[in-house]
Write a protein that binds this ligand. Sequence first.
Ligand SMILES: NC(=O)c1ccc[n+]([C@@H]2O[C@H](COP(=O)([O-])OP(=O)(O)OC[C@H]3O[C@@H](n4cnc5c(N)ncnc54)[C@H](O)[C@@H]3O)[C@@H](O)[C@H]2O)c1
Length: 333
Amino acid sequence: MKRLLITGGAGFIGSEFVRQAVKRGYKASVIDKLTYAGDLKRLHDIEKDISFYKTDISNKDFIEHVFNREKPDAVIHWAAESHVDRSIMDALPFLNTNILGTQALLELSLKHGVEKFINISTDEVYGELKETGQFYETTQLNPNSPYSVSKASADMLGRAYHRTFGLPVITVRPSNNYGPWQYPEKLIPVVILKALRALNNENEKIPVYGTGQNVREWLFVSDCADAVFKILEQGQTGEIYNVGSGEEKKNLDVVKSILKILGKSEDLIEFVKDRPGHDFRYSLNSSKISEKLGWKKKTSFEKGIEDTVQWYIDNIEWANSKFKNISYSKRNK
Ligand SMILES: NC(=O)c1ccc[n+]([C@@H]2O[C@H](COP(=O)([O-])OP(=O)(O)OC[C@H]3O[C@@H](n4cnc5c(N)ncnc54)[C@H](O)[C@@H]3O)[C@@H](O)[C@H]2O)c1
């Protein structure tokens, strides 16, 4: 399996996967619509090594042309509308891309006889946990936001194409990713950028939803891409793999650790009105990928967050060019 067709390869995690694909000697072709979240700058260091096609994954005619030309052995499907808050404002693009777009790719992958289709899902499809418990690959799906419903639908479509048509699908459910090149609408880059701006502007505050007690499991982006290579190369068709780091953190503690690295006061924190339907906690049991495939994360949260903060300092122009001051309403007392 040498020829990979990678969707969403100009996005945050997809671009890291493309970079690793080139390093590992794969022939990588990327398709990406370049929505607000996509950016070819993420691929600038390897642009000569890949083929790039700007298209919507729902554009079957164009993608058919890409399949005919590139003859991929495997499809790694990262493309998605990915931000929960946006899905609450307007669910339609999420349904179009994440559900209909995924179906178009599954259909073409079947027609062109790919050897593997890696369907990237998310831990959010399981719904939420309270203080205890974990999600296993066998846990029933219980998605709560328009985003997670669209991802659960895509996840189940992959299952159906495997079961009904024998398409060699493998489903991957990663936990929250962080690291270089993440679009500054997600928690970690927003906090880093706001904390950096607070240097020059006393009024800059750092918004934290609710009371900041929600728990996420933080996975460094290069570890996520590495796990997906493990699954591509050694995973079993028809199986599901959770990919987590075991690094569960309350949002408030994530914010505090960034402020500490930057030497900023915790007084910058401002609690804002909670996200509607905000899932309290996610926690993956990732023993299947570690025991069956021998995968382990390489990056601790401590090291990953330091490297991430440093990356945003070193790439502040890019980050500022993307950063829109999203307005948050103050928490109702
Ligand atoms: N970021 C996380 O923490 C996380 C965790 C678990 C799973 N995931 C999943 O991993 C994948 C990648 O996430 P990300 O954070 O890198 O997302 P991202 O938003 O940074 O990137 C998504 C990419 O998909 C492209 N895209 C969007 N709609 C498209 C369409 N209709 N046709 C073609 N391209 C399109 C965008 O241009 C962008 O380059 C997604 O499937 C997401 O659901 C992400």
